[in-house]
Every structure is written in structure tokens, then in C-alpha cells.
Design a protein around this ligand. Sequence first.
Ligand code: ADP
Length: 300
Amino acid sequence: DLLVVGSANADLVIGVDRRPDAGETVLGSDLATHPGGKGANQAFAAARLGARTALLARVGDDAHGRLLLDSQRTAGVDTVGVLVGGAPTGVALITVDPSGDNSIVVSPGANARLTPEDVKAAGSLFHASLVVSAQLEIPLETVEEVVRTLPPATRFVLNPSPPRPLPPEVLAACDPLIVNEHEAKVLLGDASGDGTPEDWARRLLAKGPRSVVVTLGAEGALVASATEGAVRVPSVKVAAVDTTGAGDSFTAALAWKLGAGLSLAEAAAYAARVGAVAVTRRGAQESFPTAAEVEALSEV
Ligand code: ADP
């Protein structure tokens, strides 16, 4: 029912006392290897909640690609659309210092080789989907082809991350466009920090999407559309330990619930509960809850 089109990466994480300078070598902790990438994270999150989910992505014919395929299948994702080969699996090389600050190098690898032709060849996946969700860790022309391939009754959800200017045809298809504060400011070309989330939502709606969701971390989210105006969706108060993947789990939950017929505000309220559980646990995919765990969430 949900098709996620996006990236799949292996996240390679090493803890360090401090980052190396140019020409320097530092010793770090044991390597931790985690399945990640926004596309794989969203598909994993939706399937874990119980959504019928398929992933259209590309990985390399290598151990990282097999790790990603295994984790997706374990969560229950249909991986018939995960293409293999063409380049090594995308990798994020992450060093984490004692204060928790990250330095990250991303090699897009196979993600950069997910082409418009791959989208065209996956037409049957689109026709089986009520909602299609995408992000921007794959080529923009591939996302443009996704928009052209959408069946008339299929809803399109976009999290423009990492953010960059979007063509009008892509913006017009979004229902909703889901942004955090940073993404909103990049899309609005406004680094000044002025304005309220309501202002950002109004100015983003003027760019053409049918609806907009601004996620606000511990403050929850704001949903806005031309027809229903802007509504704040509160978050659930929790003891946050790691916000990695919160936005991915929020987007996946929202997309699934929209496909199930909930209103944007109702779907965002559910998604906020999913994001709240995710921040109470470490990691990305390993922090994503089942529907029963979302049900059981209570405020601190
Ligand atoms: P991103 O991870 O893309 O920056 P946010 O940080 O806005 O996105 O988080 C996405 C959603 O996850 C929020 O809208 C909220 O519902 C939930 N969330 C994030 N951080 C917290 C937190 N500290 N407490 C409760 N919910 C949170």
C-alpha cells in the first residue's frame, strides 16, 4: 500500500576521542555497522508499524547491500524493487566524539545510480500503492520521474532531505511536503531564522504543494493546507536519548496513515507518537516501534 522510493546506506560508525587533523591518524572504537539511508529507514519504519510496504532503491552487489536487503526483509518490506549492482552500496562514514557530535562523509554509491529508467521499469509497484514517499538522497531527475509515474489516485509525500531547490512539478505533487526547520529555511532561501513555523508553512504552500508539514522536534509539528489552514500537532513528552531517525519514522507513519484514510492532522498526531517512541531509543532502524509500542506510549 506504501511505496518508498529512496536511498539505502550502510552507516559505519566509530567512536573517537577527537577527530583527526589532515595527515593524522587517530585510534577509535570497534566499528559498528548499521543499515540506514532515508529510504531504507522509512520503509523499515512503516513495515515495523504493520504497513504493507515496498522499497524501490539500489544497492551494490556487496556485503552492505546484503545487510540492507536482510534488514528490510526482517521488517517485512517487499524488496522486489531493490535493484542490485552498478556501484558499491552507499555508505555513511560516521565518527562520533565524546560530546556526541558527528562528522559524516557520505558516498552515495548505488543511490546515485537509481535512474528514471529504474522508476519507469517499476510501474507495477506504483500501481499497487496508495501512497508513494520519497526523499532527496537519490538523483533529483529520479524523483521527477516518480512524480510523472504517479497513478492519478496515488498520493505523493516528499521529505526534501538533504534540501535543495525543487522544480515546480515536484512541489505541486507533494501532499504533503514534510520539512524540519532547517529544510524549511533552505527551501525558502531564508537563513535568517526569522518568522514562525506558521509563516514558513504559509510561504511553502505558496510554492505549490497541496499541503505542508513542518516538524518541530520536541515541539511536535505543524500541518497546513490551503483548504484547512494551519494546525499545531503537539508532541508527546518523553525522555529523549537519540533523535536519529525521528524524522524518517514520522514521515513513514504519516504516509501510512494517510493511505489508511486519516486526515492530515490525525495522521500527524499518530506520526508524532511514533517519532516520540523513536527518540527514546538509540539508533535509527533499531529505535522504530511496532504499532503496539506506539499504543503503549505514555507521557513522562
Ligand atoms: P528531523 O529528525 O527530520 O530533524 P524532528 O527532529 O522535527 O525531525 O523530529 C520529527 C518528529 O519526531 C517531530 O515532529 C516529533 O513528533 C518527534 N520528535 C522529535 N524529537 C522529539 C522529542 N525530543 N520529544 C518528542 N518527540 C520528538
